[in-house]
Design a protein. Structure first.
Length: 253
């Protein structure tokens, strides 16, 4: 079985706060894994340990057969690991002083050393795919939150990563803009790229995920296919969390 991502015994603390408590996780090539859990459960921290945005205190991370030890690693190993991953942040993280086209081109030109003309052509193709063909020369401030997030997705895709990490990609959006971003992520999922998505969007998880993971207190409580975890969870804590989220969503509607 070919694993694209393998996490072994991941521990992470911030001061006295022990956030991740020995997480083990294997993710196969092409899987779309959705991670659910209450605030403070360690979901985002786990995502950030995969590309060493927050280095774990203990354990190891393997992406596409490249393994990095949390306790014994060097800068070049971290750079190599990050080349295999791309991250889409909840607050877009676009350069405010660059156009959307320049934002997407940036990684190709600075990291991969592409010629500017080639980078521009490739970036336009990717922006077309996320529905931003008429926005090349717009700056982030001129776009809606949904458009900015789709630009963020384009920027992740352009680097041709082995795995894309999504950190609550719709949490900063107005409710009416959530759908356009989720549709873009669905389209990305259909390309077969490995994806790990931290989100509270249950309907999206049902439709797109190949596996759902529920975290609580820095540990994986339960995991399995969406029809199992979201419809008939075994663990009482998962049941409680899902019923609370479902009730909240119904009230919002």
């Amino acid at each position: 079985m070919e694993y694209m991502v393998k996490l072994e015994n991941i521990h992470k603390s911030f001061g006295d706060n022990h956030i991740l408590k020995g997480v083990d996780l294997d993710i196969k090539k092409g899987e779309v894994v959705v991670i659910l859990g209450p605030s403070g459960s360690g979901k985002t921290t786990l995502l950030r340990t995969i590309n060493f945005l927050d280095a774990a205190d203990e354990g190891s991370v393997t992406v596409n057969d490249f393994k990095v030890d949390a306790k014994k690693h060097n800068k070049s190993q971290v750079i190599e690991l990050r080349r295999k991953t791309a991250m889409v942040f909840q607050n877009y993280n676009l350069f405010a002083n660059k156009t959307i086209l320049e934002n997407v081109m940036e990684g190709l030109v600075t990291v991969k050393k592409f010629k500017k003309s080639d980078a521009e052509e490739m970036s336009k193709n990717i922006l077309n795919k996320v529905g931003l063909s008429e926005r090349y020369d717009f700056y982030p401030a001129q776009l809606s939150g949904g458009q900015q997030q789709r630009a963020g997705i384009a920027r992740a895709l352009i680097l041709d990563p082995d795995v894309i990490l999504f950190d609550e990609p719709t949490s900063a959006l107005d409710p009416e803009l959530v759908g356009e971003v989720l549709n873009t992520i669905k389209n990305v999922a259909q390309t077969g790229i490995t994806m790990i998505v931290v989100t509270h969007e249950i309907a999206f998880a049902k439709e797109v995920a190949t596996r759902v993971i529920f975290m609580e207190g820095g540990k994986v409580v339960e995991q399995g296919p969406p029809e199992e975890i979201l419809v008939n969870p075994k663990e009482p804590r998962t049941q409680q969390f899902l019923s609370r989220i479902t009730n909240t969503n119904q009230k919002d509607e």
